[in-house]
Design a binder for this molecule. Structure first.
Ligand SMILES: NC(=O)C1=CN([C@@H]2O[C@H](COP(=O)(O)OP(=O)(O)OC[C@H]3O[C@@H](n4cnc5c(N)ncnc54)[C@H](O)[C@@H]3O)[C@@H](O)[C@H]2O)[C@@H](O)CC1
Ligand SMILES: [K+]
Length: 502
């Protein structure tokens, strides 16, 4: 159930289900039933419900909801954007099932309603909201009624999560078959409230046949690729991660990443330190080792030892030629690579160089972990990025343009692979946005890759574990706390794996 369907994939799933013998009106009836159940679940007495219906099938769902709630004894008012005789197909049929009055949507006010059912626009939203719907949405958002959105809050683009002009702020959203990207991407996610997924009879096989490439990031996506504790395990079998440190005044970021890599399960972790920063690093490291490594040449020397199988390059490493050469050396040596921060910025405006570096590292896999600023410096000019309609599409275009797995960070981090797979993360609490947490993320992903977890799976798992660690700690978190929460996250993950028999 982790797949996320675009509006056109959802339409295809509807179409195939209808072609398979389930009439569209039956799907609409089930959709309306699921929404009505959410409203009824809250009812302790007679509710005054406003059902706001648009001109398409989302409005059709609304008429079904209205009929079912009235039948259950609630006081229902239908307000519609167009008169029922202007509806077509299933929506027209659903409207015929509503015996009550249909009042205009224009000028609707929230007075006295306990519940608003938002069935104005769903997957068919095609342009920005204009008058008169804009003032109705404003009235919905100002009202104290409980707002239940059908499929998506009206005004939210289901594919991108964008607000088209203005959008309903729902308390609950009932969607069908699977969630859509717009339920997870910001700002859409903030408008949905709690999201329920209702089964309307679209089978798993129908969804599987669509070849969906987008998923919500959760353990089910990658748990079978997680490194497992092995009784016969040996630290040398769990990889040796190298994290490059900046100069004497810029060493903290590498140590954060290194500790996170160790907690993520890498067998050994070494901080590769400029010689003049070795004393500083050594004074603050215990389980993590430190080794003097002088720039790209020094790195090439130590990579003669095949046991150093994964590297994190970038946190506070410095922007420029030397950093770029270090990245190129590591890529040419075909090590698993996580590139963050300064390593990314060192390739700004040099997409061709980035591509060349990534392709020389193949098949080891390269993961890039830019935040928005680094992303635009790196990929602003890349094919498909400027035209992309959403964060999801931008990350996907960047992965295709670079050949690397791209982790585009933020409250709705998107992880995209060059082959088109993508995942949207949703477990990051707001307090994760604090200094140094990006270094920790790079370290976790590097630690998983050191254990030979494939790049896309390691990136997805790393992002999820990072969010779970922050959620487990709670507010007040600083970056140093994150690695210390990983044992708890591991325990929960492993319990989950054993309980599901994976
Ligand atoms: N058989 C199906 O395909 C099913 C569809 N379902 C519902 O159908 C919805 C999709 O229905 P539709 O494709 O008819 O799309 P919508 O009902 O979301 O809206 C399409 C209509 O709105 C108009 N419109 C779009 N943007 C507008 C704007 N900014 N201002 C004014 N008018 C605008 C369009 O011209 C069109 O008339 C789903 O969200 C879901 O609620 C469910 O009933 C389940 C089954
Ligand atoms: K809606």
């Amino acid at each position: 159930m982790l797949e996320l369907l675009t509006c056109s994939e959802m339409a295809a799933a509807d179409g195939r289900t209808i072609a398979g013998g389930t009439p569209g009106i039956v799907l609409m009836e089930r959709a309306g039933q699921a929404v009505a159940e959410r409203v009824l679940a809250r009812a302790s007495g007679r509710l005054r419900v406003a059902v706001l219906c648009g001109p398409g099938n989302n409005g059709g769902d609304g008429y079904v909801v209205a009929r079912l709630l009235a039948k259950s004894g609630h006081d229902v008012a239908v307000h519609a954007l167009v008169p029922p005789d202007r509806l077509r197909g299933d929506a027209a049929e659903a409207a015929r099932g509503w015996a009550g009055a249909v009042l205009p949507l224009e000028g609707w006010t929230a007075d006295g309603f306990d519940v608003v059912v938002d069935a104005i626009f769903g997957a068919g939203l095609a342009r920005d909201i204009a008058a008169p719907v804009d003032s109705v949405i404003a009235a919905v958002n100002e009202s104290r009624a409980h707002v239940v959105a059908v499929d998506v809050p009206s005004g939210i683009d289901g594919d991108t999560g964008a607000v088209r002009g203005c959008a309903v702020e729902a308390d609950e959203t009932v969607t069908f078959a699977r969630r859509k990207p717009g339920h997870l991407l910001l700002p859409g996610r903030m408008h949905c409230g709690r999201v329920h997924v209702a089964d309307i009879g679209i089978t798993d096989a129908t969804v599987a046949d669509l070849g969906v490439r987008t998923a919500a990031n959760a353990p089910g996506l990658w748990s079978d690729m997680l490194p497992r504790p092995d009784a016969a395990g040996h630290k040398y079998k769990r990889g040796h991660l190298v994290v490059a440190s900046g100069g004497p005044s810029r060493t903290g970021a590498a140590r954060l990443a290194a500790r996170a890599g160790l907690r993520a399960g890498a067998g050994l972790v070494t901080v590769a330190s400029p010689p003049d920063a070795v004393a500083i690093n050594a004074a603050q490291l215990t389980a993590v080792m430190v080794r003097p490594v002088d720039g790209a040449e020094g790195l090439a020397d130590i990579l003669g030892d095949a046991r150093f199988n994964a590297l994190v390059l970038g946190p506070a490493l410095g922007v420029g030629e030397e950093t770029r050469r270090m990245v190129e050396v590591a890529a040419a040596a075909q090590r698993h690579l996580v590139l963050d921060a300064d390593a990314l910025t060192s390739f700004a405006g040099n997409l061709a160089g980035l591509w060349q570096m990534v392709t020389s590292a193949v098949p080891s896999g390269v993961v890039l972990t830019p935040h928005e600023g680094e992303f635009s410096r790196l990929f602003g000019e890349a094919e498909g990025v400027a035209q992309a309609r959403s964060k999801l599409e931008r990350a996907r275009a960047a992965a295709a343009a670079s050949g690397a797995v791209v982790v585009l960070k933020g409250p709705d981090t998107v992880i995209a692979a060059p082959d088109g797979r993508a995942a949207i993360n949703e477990n990051a609490p707001p307090w994760l946005a604090t200094a140094g947490t990006g270094d920790v993320l790079a370290g976790i992903i590097g630690g998983l890759m050191a254990q030979e977890m494939p790049a896309f799976a390691a990136a997805c798992a790393g992002v999820w574990m990072h969010g779970a660690a922050a959620a487990a700690f709670g507010p007040g978190l600083i970056a140093e706390d994150l690695p210390e929460m990983l044992p708890r996250v591991w325990r929960e993950l492993l319990e989950l794996l054993f309980s599901t028999g994976n």
